[in-house]
Design a protein. Structure first.
Length: 305
């Protein structure tokens, strides 16, 4: 009986340790998410108040509308960013999820406060082209960080997701249509030159968001079908330092069973991998696709022999 009790006590103690560890990990992740959402919102505020807004250049979405209304009314930009996003916060809470909605609320609140605090500070530059390029980059960096950590800084995305459920248009098409209307309004409120700069700033920010979310070291999945699969697989491991998995494939037409090489590489390694495959089998079938995220497994690069 005593051995049995001791064994149960050990099991309960081990279970408690695991729960404590999981709780600590969960708290660390939550703290990291909060810090990164706040950081991203502040960076976006810098892009707005130090580059775009002083030069009458707009962002898209609810922020773009807020800039126009703030300009016409003379009231603080942060006030309109906060008020106009409130309905979308509640929609997001009900339709998309509690975590996303709370992260969005934190981001938008931080953005609103930061724009008010930064407004009295002189802009970095009054040159329209420099403001457009660097404003777009800074703004896109901030938005990308917030999206990467599960939030949003503009209710337009939430609106587009909800409209998408009952319309034939994609989320991207709805957002694009909405932004075209905003930039057209900007042409009348400011000038058409400012509206064109706004479109350019939006495009730069959009591309920057992709880079921040996916990273410069973007991952790619690779499938290779070749009779020389062993040599190619060995070369990938030795010359690229990447792990290789052999999948069993079967041709639908011929019924032949083949080995398919599967591996994951970075964007910078794509050219070298293509060279390896062409050297060993210039008739090999090679398919390379983008991957948004890689987790787990043994993706870490090994030493190259």
């Amino acid at each position: 009986m005593s051995d049995s009790n001791r064994s149960m006590e050990d099991i309960l103690a081990e279970a408690k340790k695991i729960n404590d560890r999981n709780r600590k990990t969960s708290k660390t992740r939550l703290l990291k998410r909060i810090i990164m959402v706040i950081t991203g919102a502040i960076i976006m505020a810098i892009g707005l108040e130090q580059f775009l807004v002083p030069n009458n250049i707009l962002d898209g979405g609810i922020v773009g509308i807020s800039i126009i209304v703030s300009h016409l009314s003379g009231l603080p930009l942060g006030l309109f960013i906060f008020l106009l996003n409130i309905p979308f916060f509640f929609l997001g809470y009900k339709q998309i999820g509690k975590t996303f909605a709370l992260s969005t609320a934190l981001g938008i609140t931080t953005l609103s406060i930061a724009t008010v605090l930064l407004h009295p500070i002189e802009p970095v530059t009054n040159d329209l082209l420099l403001s457009t390029v660097f404003g777009g980059i800074v703004l896109g960096t901030g938005v990308g960080i917030v999206i990467r950590y599960g939030g949003s800084l503009d209710g337009t995305e939430i609106m587009a997701i909800l409209f998408n459920k009952n319309s034939p248009f994609s989320v991207g098409e709805i957002i694009m249509f909405f932004n075209l209307i905003i930039f057209a309004i900007a042409g009348f409120v400011f000038t058409w030159e400012q509206a064109m700069y706004s479109v350019l700033a939006y495009f730069i920010a959009y591309k920057t968001i992709d880079v921040v979310i996916q990273g410069l070291d973007e991952s790619k999945s690779v499938y290779i079908i070749s009779e020389e699969y062993e040599e190619i697989g060995r070369a990938i491991m030795d010359r690229l330092g990447r792990g290789v998995t052999y999948l069993i494939g079967e041709g639908a037409y011929t019924g032949d069973r083949k080995k398919v090489i599967f591996t994951v590489i970075t964007r910078l390694e794509e050219s070298k991998l293509t060279t390896i495959v062409e050297e060993l089998d210039d008739h090999a079938f090679l398919a390379i696709g983008n991957i948004a995220e890689v987790r787990g497994g043994r993706f870490k690069k090994k030493d190259i022999h």
